[in-house]
Ligand binder design. Structure first.
Ligand code: HEC
Length: 130
């Protein structure tokens, strides 16, 4: 009987840990930058897109959904923890805030297959084939 209780406690504990991990993270606070200014900075000036993708979903690693606060984001970009990520130590606070706002404005889920014409064509062709 005691083992049963112990097992139950372990099992319930596991469920609880699972539930806490699956809990949606608290939104990291509102960005203060300008996403319209951040877009060309992300795509042309600092070329973040080259490694993280235009939608920040592809590449390594994906940046959306963004879990860092703006302050943590700025700190990371100024001094990344890995040499694989370039340092943006000389970039102004305003530029980094705008890039952050742009990333936060991006959709966090992948678009549906039907919304991408080339994928929709492929699917249609498949269903037409005998
Ligand atoms: C040369 C490729 C490259 C470029 C350009 C680049 N990054 Fe990264 N970035 C990386 C890699 C690789 C990592 C993962 C580093 C690691 O292993 O910890 C990373 C990590 C990050 C992270 C941390 C992600 C996380 O989940 O911890 C953020 C935020 C980030 N990059 C933002 C940016 C922004 C914003 C720009 C443009 C200003 C940019 N990166 C430009 C390669 C790049």
């Amino acid at each position: 009987m005691r083992t049963h209780v112990a097992l139950l406690v372990v099992f319930a504990g596991g469920l609880l840990v699972g539930a806490v991990e699956a809990w949606p993270q608290a939104p990291p606070g509102a960005p203060t930058g300008d996403p319209m200014r951040g877009k060309p900075l992300y795509e042309q000036t600092y070329r973040c897109y080259a490694c993280h993708g235009f939608d920040a979903q592809s590449g390594t690693p994906r940046l959306v959904p963004m879990t860092r606060t703006q302050a943590a984001f700025v700190t990371y970009l100024r001094k990344p923890s890995s040499p694989a990520m370039p340092s943006f130590a000389d970039v102004s606070m305003q530029d980094l805030a705008d890039v952050y706002a742009h990333i936060r404005s991006l959709p966090t889920t992948a678009p549906s297959v039907e919304s991408v014409p080339i994928l929709r064509d492929i699917l249609e062709r498949r269903t037409r084939e005998p």
